[in-house]
Design a protein around this ligand. Structure first.
Ligand SMILES: [Zn+2]
Length: 211
């Protein structure tokens, strides 16, 4: 598996580049900014981008989309239930005093059970609403890794006070989707360090009573 991580954008979002070592096809997850640095890294590693995927459409996760799309011509994939949040990106940025580059329309809307491919590397889509209505997690069973955006973080959970957020739904998403994955699954979040499903089940104080 190709695996690269970069902290990007004004709020330091984790952007992940993952894919297939043989074909050197990759998926870029959450290019939250620094599009030029991301494309330079892609070029220096001789990687081809099959798709740009958003775990959700909060403005800090999307600020590099426009630049990266121009550089790579890769299609943009977003959770279908995130449409309304996706369309509000400029307004979200304004509330933080940040101008968000205009977003291109997604080429594909993702739903539960869809698969995103980069060569022979596959990411399975789980709908995990709660932090935002159309949040998705991307799971690669072969390598035991899941990219969860802002749903679950080491020792904590995502905020639910943004439009369309719901604590009840968030906990349900974690319990019924993420916590059914093998304990050894590595969890890569939109912010902060890596963790595992097993560690969070044991130690995360926010989900303790729900496992
Ligand atoms: Zn978010």
């Amino acid at each position: 598996m190709i695996f690269q991580m970069m902290q990007v954008g004004p709020l330091g979002v984790n952007c992940y580049i993952v894919g297939d070592e043989n074909s050197r096809e990759v998926v870029v997850i959450d290019p939250g900014g620094h599009a030029r640095q991301i494309s330079e890294l892609l070029n220096s590693l001789r990687l081809n981008v099959s798709a740009i995927v958003l775990t959700h459409a909060h403005f800090d996760h999307v600020m590099g989309v426009e630049g990266l799309k121009r550089a790579t011509l890769a299609p943009l994939l977003v959770g279908e239930k995130e449409k309304r949040v996706f369309e509000s990106v400029e307004r979200q940025g304004e509330m933080f005093g940040i101008a968000v580059p205009p977003l291109p329309d997604p080429e594909r809307w993702l739903n539960e059970g869809d698969v995103v491919e980069a060569g022979n590397f596959k990411l399975q889509v789980f709908e995990v609403p709660g932090h935002s209505p159309g949040s998705i997690a991307l799971y690669n069973a072969e390598n035991g890794v899941v990219f969860v955006g802002d749903v679950l973080m080491r020792g904590t959970i995502g905020r639910t006070d943004f439009p369309g957020g719901s604590l009840e739904e968030l906990l349900k998403s974690i319990r019924t989707k993420l916590y059914t994955l093998p304990d050894g699954t590595k969890v890569y979040s939109g912010h902060g360090p890596m963790t595992t499903i097993g560690e969070e089940k044991l130690l995360n104080p926010f989900t303790k009573n729900y496992v």
